[in-house]
Design a protein around this ligand. Structure first.
Ligand code: ATP
Length: 308
């Protein structure tokens, strides 16, 4: 039996280019891995049982347990790459990452299942191959393997690790219900059309990483990082879920250095001065009635890791 711990991500910068003819957007995506994470356990089963999947945690009821689950898809993809037929494996997801929350929870489970099955089946797949399989599963999956902080380009799947000093303290406010990532991208395009700027890749400049943000990470400067936080999907998420404005305000009024919607939302992320300030912001958010719950955590942390 192998258990893998895998982090959620927050995008400290999410620059969204225009809509490409292949339906994707070019991104300048600074991923940051946080200690809030899932655990995926892979165990052997009898021959012919196939892939079975169970899930525990507060959001377990809304996690799909069919073949669409990224953990199950990852197990089959890894087996196929090694020329194995339908694998027999029991996968259990202990889920702490909010579902459809903009924190790449499904992608995290896909990455964790790759690592867990690789260890269970003693395949010793090279990291480069795991990263390739991860990119096939989804744009956010390679980062969950890597962890730390990284700049993602293309659809987000071309990754360069970034230097970071020290630990940053975060709070995540979890909303009731999720937001569909494709719907948020569509709303971003619609808002750009409405504003008259156009939404195509010839209308919108190709996004690039913000040098001030990269310097803040390298220097371990939380105040500077708070000032540089940026998410081009935020106005689209707020347009689809206007109540998030009150959540962002509540965390800021409680002393957060900076606030933004995490990825495509609706989870909101707050940067705090230290662990004590993060605990206070989380407490104030829980009391504010503007979110379902709030978690204080920290990062960066490593990517998908086998637990001893
Ligand atoms: P991202 O930030 O990568 O856009 P997200 O955090 O907004 O993603 P996820 O939690 O990854 O969203 O879930 C998006 C959808 O993926 C869910 O609504 C669910 O149908 C599907 N899904 C597939 N596998 C999983 C999984 N292991 N855990 C949660 N959702 C999953």
């Amino acid at each position: 039996m192998i258990t893998v711990r895998v982090p959620a991500k927050v995008n400290v910068q999410l620059g969204v280019g225009g809509l490409r003819t292949d339906g994707f957007h070019d991104l300048a995506n600074v991923f940051f891995a946080v200690a809030l994470g899932d655990e995926v356990t892979a165990s052997a089963t009898g021959p012919g049982e196939g892939v079975t999947l169970t899930c525990s945690g507060p959001d377990a009821a809304v996690v799909p347990l069919d073949d669409s689950n990224l953990a199950a898809r990852a197990a089959r993809l890894l087996a196929a790459r090694h020329g194995l037929a339908e694998p027999d494996v029991r996968l259990h997801i202990d889920k702490a990452i909010p579902v459809a929350g903009g924190m790449a929870g499904g992608s995290a489970d896909g990455a964790a299942a790759l690592v867990a099955c690789d260890a269970l089946w003693q395949l010793d797949t090279p990291v480069a191959t795991l990263l390739e399989l991860a990119a096939e599963l989804g744009s956010d999956v390679p980062f969950a393997l890597l962890g730390g902080v990284a700049l993602g380009r293309g659809r987000g799947e071309i990754l360069d690790p970034l230097p970071v000093t020290g630990t940053f303290h975060w709070v995540f406010a979890v909303a009731d219900g999720g937001l569909s990532t494709p719907a948020v991208f569509r709303e971003c395009d619609r808002l750009r059309e409405e504003a008259g700027t156009g939404s195509g890749d010839t209308d919108v400049p190709t996004p690039d990483a913000d040098p001030a943000l990269l310097a803040a990470l390298a220097d371990g400067d939380a105040v500077a990082l708070a000032g540089a936080l940026a998410n081009d999907l935020q106005s689209a998420a707020l347009s689809l879920r206007p109540s998030l404005a009150a959540t962002l305000r509540a965390g800021t009024e409680a002393g957060a250095l900076g606030a933004l919607v995490s990825g495509s939302g609706p989870t909101c992320a707050f940067l705090a001065k230290d662990a004590e300030a993060a605990a206070a912001v989380a407490e104030a958010l829980r009391a504010s009635g503007t979110c379902r719950t709030a978690h204080a955590t920290h990062g960066p942390v490593p990517g998908a890791t086998v637990l001893p």
